[in-house]
Write a protein that binds this ligand. Structure first.
Ligand code: GLN
Ligand code: ZN
Length: 771
């Protein structure tokens, strides 16, 4: 009865029914206008007014684009000058006093938190930055202290709502919710999340009230943290917050929006609370469909169904999506939505006219996804004439032809257990390697790159523009290598690198040299603040057609008697920092990349490169949100992929890896199981937590914790580094320790890099002579 009634109602109301929305739109602008304007503002080249005007123009364009594409409920407040969590913190007065003391304009105070502030004597460091759930986007970590007084002070959200309403936009206001805010923030001075409940409740209630006065229909409250593991205590926190926030009568409908996974730990609680809408991710959170099948979906609420993937670039397969919606079988009203904010995909695939039609027609970036939602809606509600969308879409999927490489399949289908196993065991190898290389105790090295100075980038640009020949380009880089080898020798480093002058980016460089990738011209995705990345797209089977890094490493090797460390990006990082295929399992693709890199490693070895570093800075970031899935959904294929790359080398060939963070305490075992001989990691800014954890876990891989903070322009004193090393050797076995700076020398000036390395060498020599 209910069903009949509902469908009848839908028919009668037809177009009046609001049926499509998205969680958020990329804000950097079609041609990264926001980036360029913001950076100009930071350099004092434009005024604040000019920046604000550019921002308003970007918002207007994006709202208009959504409206014209037929999106009925348009997110407002998803725009940000840097980061949405920082926006929310500022809306709620969660701004540390040291930034307020600077007496800046609200926007400058905001930027000071995001990127630090320095003027003359006055200097305040930026708030920390972390990866946003399982993405390559970074958020600014808010800070709650004894002084923090949560209250609604910000004007940005309301101003943007006014602006949208004035333009005739059917606005859905967007804000990050109190639960996620508390989960992602730092608490200092003995304060805990619970201390802030009453004030948060008051502030969010006030937001709802203010939006009600503006006659906004919907408020989307983002709570992605509900897709993490939720403990009993956290569940209580969530319930307490929302039972109170939702208590007063309100005219604005409240949408609880979740994404990046399912909400199995709180589904029942969410269903019971008096939200008017619940937003669920049916892509990464496919288990949400089972939750609905098991528990039903409250018919008095609207289901915002995230069915269009906000994190990948492929076209939606309509028949599969319609099947999913049918399976949900709910009587509740459904609004079609994206699975996450579209922040994680580029602006428009229409820009990519250099791609073959065979590839291009399968791409859906943010703009194309809007159309997909509209078409799906038409199909879902059986609008007249919608059939053709389905037919066209089915034809597209029937004809998709990912380049197939039979040899690669043959190779990966026939892998045996032993292909993942390096022999002899590491303990034995480490002894053999000591004899082979005869390095001093506390051997010194760097993480690979040296400063990419202007001339290096210019050389690359010249080649791209055809102003120089390939030979001229190579010659320039060889001269650079020769120079940096001399410099490293003079500094006294023990294991040398070639400097990575030939690399624009650690993933793109490899992607360009492997079969199976395609590249975009304008496929920028925000990484943090004004910074973007342009991830390659994995389109076909991956294989290596020619050696990639061998020439540069061999060239360097001929110039010195010291060992040269070859330098590769690992399979998991290449995979995680690309847009992956969806027609085959991630494990398959990553195995293909691993096999290609294995060939490269063996080639390096055959060419006398006896130390090889395989960087995996992105290994940690794709850990599933739920701990119980870490191994079965991810590490169980990620770790073997890494092992596959180096399993066939000689016992005396030394394999290094590198990770860009010092927070792998919770996956120490998995890192040790990579079976590398040495790992370096970014550590100089961290406390000694990880080192203590490594000691406690009896970590077998030799370790090089970074002793120089590359992110700071400050040159450390020899004494400082000496103290650091002294601490480290107290905690870890001396024969297992390497000395190196943090990663990213390429971002520093040569002067700073060399001066800092000099200090590192002085400190190391001093300690060597004392132990
Ligand atoms: N080998 C790379 C470098 O030194 C590693 C970069 C990284 O850690 N992300 O730049
Ligand atoms: Zn790094």
């Amino acid at each position: 009865m209910n069903k009949v009634f509902n469908s009848l109602l839908r028919k009668i109301l037809g177009g009046f029914y609001m049926t499509t929305t998205i969680i958020g739109f990329p804000r950097i602008g079609h041609h990264r206008e926001l980036k360029f304007a913001t950076e100009k503002y930071w350099r004092d080249q434009i005024t604040q007014d000019e920046l604000l005007k550019t921002a308003a123009q970007i918002r207007e364009n994006h709202w208009k684009l959504q409206k014209e594409a037929g999106i009925e409920l348009i997110p407002v407040g998803d725009f940000s000058f840097f980061d949405n969590l920082l926006d929310t913190a500022n809306l709620l007065n969660v701004v540390p006093q040291r930034y307020k003391n600077l007496n800046l304009s609200p926007l400058d105070e905001y930027f000071a938190q995001a990127r630090g502030y320095q003027k003359g004597e006055e200097a305040v460091k930026a708030l920390p930055m972390k990866k946003w759930f399982n993405t390559n986007y970074h958020y600014i970590v808010p800070e709650f202290t004894k002084e923090t007084k949560v209250k609604l002070v910000g004007a940005k959200l309301f101003a943007e709502v006014d602006e949208a309403l004035k333009q005739g936009i059917n606005a859905k206001a967007v804000v990050i919710g109190p639960y996620t805010l508390l989960k992602l923030s730092r608490f200092l001075g003995g304060k805990i999340a619970q201390d802030f409940i009453p004030d948060l409740v008051a502030a969010y209630s006030q937001i709802i009230e203010r939006l009600g006065q503006k006659k906004v229909q919907w408020l989307q409250i983002d709570e992605p943290a509900l897709c993490l593991d939720v403990t009993a205590a956290e569940k209580e926190l969530f319930k307490e917050l929302y039972s109170k926030i939702l208590e007063p009568k309100h005219s604005v409908k409240i949408l609880l929006q979740t994404y990046f996974g399912d909400i199995r730990d709180v589904y029942e609680e969410v269903a019971e609370l008096s939200f008017e809408g619940i937003g669920l991710d049916f892509i990464e959170g496919s288990y949400n469909a089972e939750l609905i099948a098991k528990n039903g979906f409250p018919t008095d609420k609207i289901l915002f169904a995230g069915v269009v993937n906000g994190k990948n670039v492929w076209r939606n397969h309509y028949s599969a999506t319609l099947e999913l919606l049918k399976k949900l079988g709910t009587d509740a009203k459904v609004v079609l939505s994206s699975s996450t904010s579209l922040l994680h995909v580029p602006y428009s695939a229409a820009d990519e006219d250099q791609l073959e039609t065979g590839v291009k027609q399968h791409l859906a970036f943010a703009s194309e996804k809007l159309t997909e939602l509209k078409e799906l809606d038409a199909l879902y509600t059986k609008k007249a004439g919608s059939k053709q969308f389905l037919e066209k879409n089915d034809a597209l999927f029937a004809n998709v032809k990912h380049p197939y490489n039979p040899e690669v399949h043959e190779q990966s289908d026939n892998l045996k257990q032993s292909d993942y196993l390096r022999t002899p065991e590491r303990k034995v190898r480490q002894q053999l390697q000591k004899k082979e290389f005869k390095l001093p105790i506390l051997p010194t090295t760097t993480i690979g790159s040296f400063p990419q100075t202007r001339d290096v980038r210019q050389n690359r640009a010249r080649l791209r523009k055809g102003e120089i020949t390939r030979a001229e380009y190579d010659k320039f880089n060889e001269d650079k290598i020769a120079r940096i080898i001399k410099i490293q020798e003079k500094l006294g480093l023990d294991v040398l690198v070639h400097g990575e002058y030939e690399r624009n980016d650690m993933v793109e460089y490899f992607g360009e040299k492997l079969d199976g990738f395609v590249f975009t011209k304008n496929g920028w995705v925000q990484s943090y603040g004004s910074r973007g990345v342009k991830p390659p797209i994995i389109w076909g089977d991956i294989s290596r057609t020619a050696p990639i890094t061998v020439a540069a490493s061999v060239f360097a090797n001929h110039l010195t008697d010291k060992p040269i460390k070859g330098m590769l990006t690992g399979p998991v990082t290449i995979f995680n920092w690309s847009f992956p295929r969806e027609d085959i399992a991630p494990k398959k693709t990553v195995t293909q990349i691993a096999l290609a890199l294995q060939a490269e490693v063996l080639d390096l070895e055959a060419n006398d490169i006896k130390i090889i570093q395989i960087d995996e800075p992105a290994l940690r970031e794709n850990l599933p949100l739920r701990k119980s899935n870490w191994y079965k959904e991810y590490l169980d294929w990620a770790v073997p992929a890494f092992r596959l790359v180096h399993s066939k080398v000689q016992p005396t060939t030394q394999i290094h890896t590198h990770m860009c963070y010092s927070e792998f305490g919770d996956i120490i075992d998995a890192i040790d199981q990579l079976d590398a001989d040495v790992i370096s990691f970014e550590a100089s800014r961290a406390d000694f937590t990880l080192i203590d954890q490594l000691a406690a876990a009896d970590f077998q891989t030799e370790v090089g914790p970074g002793v120089y903070d590359i992110h700071s322009p400050r040159i450390p004193s020899e004494k400082e580094i000496e103290n650091l090393i002294t601490q480290i050797i107290k905690k870890l076995p001396l024969e297992k320790i390497w000395i190196n700076p943090d990663c990213g020398l390429k971002t520093r000036s040569e002067k700073e890099s060399f001066a800092s390395l000099e200090k590192i060498m002085e400190a190391t020599k001093k300690i060597r002579s004392n132990v």
